[in-house]
Design a protein around this ligand. Structure first.
Ligand code: SF4
Ligand code: SF4
Length: 377
């Protein structure tokens, strides 16, 4: 049974040791990083840089503690993420969100290059066949996966499995395009974006949010407008669909397949590491209803709970869910809008997705165990 270490976000004394950064330092010491990382070994600190407007990410102060912890055992850390928008813009987003060499104490690099095409095709399972894993994550011998636990409109819950899968795989492969990238998880078939003009309010949010300019509204001869979509350029990230509040856009998908494909891609990413070379830190802080890649972060739906560390991705996900589902929904939040009550499955009620399949499937694929023992700091 895997051990999952937990530090609560509650502070009882006005003392640095009782702060969450102070507790993270202690967690890292107790967890004993010498069991995982060697002197001079390069260690990726994989996080999510967020987006312009989505500021509720894993804060740089925590990344700094992790970097310092890795350095204290003689290994060489760097902070990284795969590109979500064009690389130079994404580095600027990281910088605006406070993630840079100075704040983190380590280089901040893009895991799949400025164009998101530096990746390597590796075998996946029955659903995906092959996936394009970012070259940095593929090649680095060790990794700390830093994950902001939250809801997600498509995954229901976004945690470590999703961070491995969507975060370790590039948007596109140089030759095979989106079909070997994240888009292969998001959609099915040819991934044709459907637009329903009768539902469209012409708010243009989809056009504004598209990182590739693949959506354009053009005038028709009768004075109307139609949506034009660049099928070749689009990497099927689904952001346009997620921001559309009128259900006027649809990328064909299948929830069960999506959850299973996340576990499959996570397994592929992990297959590039030797045993016990990846550790997981889940931040149960600023638990928002949606993904860190959205153009804005709503207020949290669950109060900060704390930080978990484990070397088993399935165990840490189960422990995270167990803690989140016991928490009270916060007032004046999306949970309140949906009249979610204490004891309800808040993650399911917010996005109506069978998120638990991700974790069950990851266990079936042998990534870890849902049975764990919680060690309270
Ligand atoms: S799925 Fe939508 S937002 Fe994403 S690249 Fe394609 S058109 Fe743009
Ligand atoms: S986001 Fe939806 S409603 Fe707004 S312009 Fe795009 S398709 Fe139309």
């Amino acid at each position: 049974m895997s051990k999952v270490y937990f530090a609560s976000a509650r502070t009882e004394r006005w003392d640095y040791k009782d702060s969450l950064p102070g507790k993270l330092e202690k967690l890292l010491r107790e967890f004993d990083l010498t069991r995982y990382f060697e002197k001079d070994e390069w260690v990726a600190v994989k996080t999510h840089f967020g987006s312009e407007g989505a500021h509720r990410i894993v804060r740089p102060v925590f990344l700094r503690k992790i970097v310092d912890g890795i350095k204290s055992v003689g290994a060489k850390p760097f902070v990284t993420d795969t590109v979500r928008i064009k690389g130079l813009d994404y580095l600027e987003v990281a910088n605006q969100n406070g993630i840079n060499h100075l704040s983190c104490g380590a280089p901040v690099v893009l895991a799949d290059g400025l164009y998101g095409r530096d990746n390597i095709l590796i075998p996946a399972g029955e659903i995906l066949g092959e996936v394009a894993v970012s070259s940095v994550i593929h090649d680095v011998p060790a990794m700390v996966l830093c994950t902001h636990a939250k809801g997600h409109i498509q995954a229901g819950y976004g945690g470590a499995i999703k961070n491995l899968a969507m975060g370790g795989v590039s948007s596109k492969h140089r030759i095979h395009g989106w079909e070997k990238g994240r888009g292969a998880m998001h959609t099915i078939g040819e991934g044709i974006l459907n637009w329903f003009s009768d539902k469209c309010t012409f708010c243009y949010q989809c056009e504004m949010v598209c990182p590739l300019g693949a959506i354009d509204f053009v005038e028709t001869p009768n004075g109307g407008e139609i949506l034009q979509w660049d099928k070749e350029e689009c990497w099927r990230c689904g952001r346009c669909v997620r921001v559309c509040q009128s259900e006027a856009l649809l990328l064909p998908g299948d929830d069960v397949r999506f959850m299973k494909s996340l576990a499959e891609a996570a397994a592929s990413v992990l297959s590039t590491f030797s045993d016990k070379k990846v550790i997981y830190i889940n931040f149960l802080t600023e638990i928002i209803p949606e993904c860190d890649c959205m153009p804005a972060a709503d207020v949290p739906v669950i109060q900060d709970q704390g930080i978990l560390i484990a070397d088993d991705p399935v165990a840490i996900e189960q422990a995270t869910l167990d803690i989140l589902l016991k928490a009270k929904p916060l007032p004046q939040s999306a949970a309140d809008d949906k009249e979610i009550r204490e004891g309800d499955d808040i993650l399911f009620k917010i996005n109506q997705k069978p998120y638990h399949i991700q974790i069950e499937e990851a266990e079936k694929l042998g990534l870890g165990s849902r049975k764990y023992s919680l060690v309270n700091l």
